[in-house]
Design a protein around this ligand. Structure first.
Ligand SMILES: CC(C)(COP(=O)(O)OP(=O)(O)OC[C@H]1O[C@@H](n2cnc3c(N)ncnc32)[C@H](O)[C@@H]1OP(=O)(O)O)[C@@H](O)C(=O)NCCC(=O)NCCS
Length: 172
């Protein structure tokens, strides 16, 4: 299985907020934003894995500021780390008005996707990630702890088996 750079699958998506995307207060509906986040992350994951992917989980998403009708949002999705059959994708959302004025960070989240083999419909191995920049290296390093935490919360890992988390907490 080959190794791939983070930049090879980076996915940038732009949307303008239209009347159909808003709630009665004229702000973007959270559910629409989550849909776009899922799409940007899925494209990034599929590019990295070179296969079809299924969303396995989404970490905490909070909405810091309202995004208004007519604003333009940019979603940037990057792979942080690949495990065996799954990849973690980080997505950041920024908003501005259509001229680029009033730029602000809106929110971010971590998505996990599982690569699915087309023939068998089963999870399949994914290429590893080579982190190059300091940011990429930091995201890569902490990804194992985030993975253990989400698997514990999903009831898929016993806390006693979370080696990375245990090391982290005992070193504090
Ligand atoms: C995601 C899915 C493929 C996992 O299948 P599974 O039979 O549970 O597979 P496994 O237990 O063998 O796990 C496969 C991988 O998924 C990961 N995984 C499973 N559940 C997870 C969860 N809740 N969060 C994060 N990763 C998860 C495992 O860690 C494993 O990754 P690894 O191989 O890199 O270690 C399966 O649960 C599924 O198809 N879910 C529905 C997906 C879907 O429809 N998404 C859209 C939702 S609207």
């Amino acid at each position: 299985m080959r190794e791939k750079l983070v930049a090879e699958s980076r996915t940038i998506m732009t949307e303008m907020i239209m009347p159909n995307d808003t709630n009665p207060m004229g702000n973007l509906m959270g559910g629409y934003l989550m849909r776009w986040m899922d799409i940007a992350c899925a494209v990034c994951a599929a590019r990295h894995c070179e296969s079809q992917v299924a969303t396995a989980s989404v970490d905490h998403i909070s909405f810091h500021e309202p995004i208004k009708l007519g604003d333009v949002i940019t979603l940037t999705a990057t792979v942080t780390r690949a495990f065996n059959t799954s990849v973690e994708i980080y997505v950041e959302v920024s908003a501005a008005d259509i001229t680029g004025a009033n730029p602000r960070q809106s929110n971010h989240a971590y998505f996990t996707f599982v690569a699915i083999d087309k023939a068998t419909g089963k999870p399949t191995k994914v290429p590893t990630v080579i982190p190059l920049t300091n940011d990429e290296k930091k995201q890569f390093e902490v990804a194992s702890r985030r993975r253990e935490l989400r698997l514990i919360l999903a009831g898929k890992m016993k806390p006693v088996d979370a080696k990375e988390l245990r090391t982290f907490f005992t070193e504090l």
